[in-house]
Design a protein around this ligand. Sequence first.
Ligand code: NGO
Length: 516
Amino acid sequence: MAPHALIPLPAEVRIEPSDSFFVEEGTRIVVDPGDEDGLRIGEMLSELIGNTIETMPAVDTTVAEATSVIRLTRTGADPSLGPEGYLLDVGPTEVTVRAIEPEGLFYGVQTLRQLLPARMEYQAAFPSPLGSPVAQIRDMPRFGWRGAMLDVARHFLPAEDVMRFIDFMALHKLNVLHLHLSDDQGWRVEIEGWPRLTEYGGSTEVGGRSGGFYSAEDLEGIVAYAAERFIDVVPEIDMPGHTNAALASYPELNCDGVAPELYTGTSVGFSSLCPDLDVTYTFIDDVVRQIGAMVPSPWFHMGGDEVRELSEDEYADFVGRVQDIVRARGKRMVGWDEVALADIQDGALVQLWRPLWKGGDEALEAGAAEAATALKGGVDRALAAGAQVILSPADRVYLDLKYDSTTALGLTWAGTPDTRESYDWRVDELFADIPEASIAGVEAPLWSETVRGMSDVEFMAFPRLAGVAEIGWSAADSRSWDEYRLRLGEQAERWTALGINFYRSPLVPWREGSSN
Ligand code: NGO
C-alpha cells in the first residue's frame, strides 16, 4: 500500500500515520478577515465536507470555541513557494493551509481533500467520521502550464459536461483548459455578425448526428466556473486548415466563392481559409475580438496544424498576419507546432505535438526526419525570439489514442500509449534540447473523432490525465512508475465516488474499497 494517495506528488510530504485529525460536527473553517477568495475556497471545502456530516462546517474569520479548526491563511506563508505553492500542516486538532495567493490555498485544500477518505466525494454520503493522518506538506508546481484539451468540435460536449471535467482537473491541480472550439466538423461558439457559423456550421458532428454550440453566456459560464477553480480557459479557433464548418457556412470565405458541403467524416488536412481574400482577415479579427471579450485568458490559440492546401510561404504569411491580429486585440498567440515555421514573436507559445522529438532523429523514418529538422530549426528560432513551448507529445499524452489494440474507442496513428507510457517519461529526456526555462508546461489533448459524450471522455482521460498532471506538477527526480502505480491504484475509490468512468488499466493495482 502506498503511504498516501496524493496525486500529483507534493514536493515534500511527512505523514505521521499513528496520529489523526478528525472532522467533527463542530469543526470550523477559519479564513483571514477580508480575504474574499479565502472565504470562497473555505465554502467550497465546507460543501465538500458537508456531504459526509450532518452540519456543514461554518466558515468564518474568527473562532470562539471550536475544538477542531481548518484554517486557510495568507499569513506566515512562504513566498519562495510562488503563487501556486502552499504549506499544509495537519495537526491533531488544527489544520492550517498557508499560501501567499488564493491559488495556493485552493491547491492546499485539494491536497487535504485527498488525505481525507474518498467516501466524502459521494453526494449524499452516510455521516461518518472523516480523518486525515497528521502531516506536514510543502508544495509547489514545477510548471505554470498544466493543461488538458477538450475537442468539442468533432463531437460536441454540453457546458455541464465541460464543468464536470473542470472539477476533475481541479482535483489534480491542472490549471489550463484548452477548448478546441472549431474544426471541419463543427463551429461551436456564437459569433455576432456571423450567425451561420453556429446555425449551420454547428448543426452536425462526426457521424452526422446533430451537433451544438455554446452561446456567449454558455462560454462565459464555463469560464467563470473554471476561474473559481483557478483554471484558465484557452480558446482555440483552428485556422487556416480545419475550417470546413466555417467555409461551408459562408461562401465568401472560399477562394472560389463556393461553399463546400458540411463534413461529418474524420479526415484532416483538406480545408483552408483563403489567404488572399481581405474578408478572411476581417472574419478572423471579428472572431479574435469577440472571443477575446468572452474569455479573459491572455491567450488565443490559432491552431495552425495540418495545412496541406497552402504553400510554405502562404502559410508563413498567414500565421504572421494572424499573430498581428491576436496581438492587436491584446492577446498572446498559441499555435500547434507547425506555426514555428513562421516568424514567431516574443511571448507566443508553440505547442509541440508531432512525435518528432523521439531520442535522436535516427529513430524516425526518412520523411519524418526532414520534418523534425524543419520543426527543430523553427522552434530554435521561436525560442530565440522569446517564445516558449507547451509539450503535448502525441505518442505519450494524446488522450484520444487507444490504451492498447483492444480499446474500443480511440485512434492509433501515433501508437497506443498505455497508462505507463503516458506517465513514464521525463521532459528533460524526451526534450533534452529544450532548456527548462523555455518550457511553459505540459498539456494532454483529448481529440474527439471517436469520443462521444462524457462517459467516453472520462474513459479515455482517466487514468492517463492524472499522470500528465503529475508530470506537470511534480519534480522529475521524485517520480517513478513503480511507486506511482500504487498511488494511482488508491484513486479507484475516490474516482468511483465521483462517478468517473475510468479505465481499469491492468497495469495498476486498483483498490476499489467498499466503504460508504
Ligand atoms: C492531430 C490533429 C487533430 C486530430 C488528432 C488526433 C493535431 C494537433 N491535429 O493533432 O486534428 O484530431 O491529431 O489524434
